[in-house]
Ligand binder design. Structure first.
Ligand SMILES: NC(=O)c1ccc[n+]([C@@H]2O[C@H](COP(=O)([O-])OP(=O)(O)OC[C@H]3O[C@@H](n4cnc5c(N)ncnc54)[C@H](OP(=O)(O)O)[C@@H]3O)[C@@H](O)[C@H]2O)c1
Length: 268
């Protein structure tokens, strides 16, 4: 971290009463909460805006003892999780997350559709999966609207995937590993420019390593779990250089802190 000659001023964000903070009561259409995140714009030199949303315990765990995030998230996290989906054209996940978290086809709550439209989003929120193995959960393959599958030419089940979900929904981006800049280009070609990645740690790390993340929304739930849990990132190597982030806001509810950070891109 950079060292300041004089220590930085500390802004007191909590307790809420201290700063006269705005309080956001839950609303069916979540228009106020969504508006807090709506200023994210695609950079002039980029085709997509990539926002990541993850949850962590206070000791940095990305899962609880059940090896899923369901045991560490809470209602406040769920509110923001849902609001962020309302601003997305596509939710991008690693296949590991689809398998472990048992993703099902996405459905936008009716009450949020008007909010999506107010922000220029179409009614359909796409799900896109990144996989080299092609091991996509059956529940997604069988869906009336299957996910987009971003995969590689070496994927052993490439033809099977094409026949199950249609060739137009299987997008090849790379030989052995999914080349993420190409994958995002393929999404942009389909008009999917507001990308929300919900992880997991491997995919988020790969996106960060490729300098493709514009924003990180990170919830800390007031839990300390210990254990051999993964962190929000999972990579053998340090990021070189490390990424710096600037806070946009910090929300709080019942001990849960929900931060929104803009990542300083390495390639300005
Ligand atoms: N705390 C949170 O917010 C949060 C969010 C999401 C997940 N999680 C947790 O994280 C754990 C899963 O971690 P994870 O790191 O395995 O998740 P992940 O990144 O979703 O899944 C890894 C898998 O995604 C595919 N993948 C990711 N990047 C790829 C690339 N560049 N090229 C090709 N394939 C790529 C590969 O799938 P194939 O194996 O099919 O090739 C890889 O094995 C679970 O326990 C889950 O509950 C936590």
């Amino acid at each position: 971290m950079p060292r300041h000659h004089t220590p930085p001023t500390l802004d007191v964000l909590l307790p809420t009463g201290h700063t006269g903070a705005v309080r956001l009561a839950p609303r069916e259409d979540e228009s106020e909460l969504v508006a807090l995140f709506a200023d994210a714009a695609v950079r002039p030199d980029a085709r997509v805006h990539v926002r990541a949303n993850m949850v962590s315990t206070l000791d940095g765990a990305a899962t609880g003892p059940d090896r899923r995030s369901g045991s560490i998230n809470d209602e406040a996290d769920h509110r923001v999780f849902t609001a962020l989906r309302a601003l997305a054209d596509v939710v991008l996940i690693g296949a590991g997350t689809a398998r472990t978290e048992r993703y099902e086809p996405l459905r936008t709550p009716d009450a949020l559709q008007s909010t999506r439209r107010a922000h220029g989003r179409t009614d359909e929120l796409e799900l896109a999966l990144v996989t080299a193995s092609g091991a996509v959960p059956e529940v997604l393959l069988d869906a009336a609207r299957p996910p987009l599958v971003l995969t590689v030419s070496a994927c052993p089940s490439l033809e099977l995937l094409r026949s199950r979900i249609g060739p137009h929904r299987v997008l090849v981006a790379g030989d052995d590993q999914v080349d993420l800049p190409t994958a995002l280009d393929l999404l942009a070609d389909r008009g999917l420019v507001h990308v929300l990645t919900e992880g997991g740690p491997r995919l988020l790390s790969d996106l960060l390593a490729a300098d493709l993340v514009d924003e990180l929304c990170l919830t800390w739930t007031p839990l300390v779990v210990g254990g051999p849990a993964p962190r929000a990132t999972r990579t053998d190597d340090w990021f070189e250089p490390v990424h710096h982030a600037r806070p946009r806001h910090l929300l709080h509810a019942d001990g849960t802190l929900l931060g929104r950070w803009v990542i300083d891109r390495l390639t300005p």
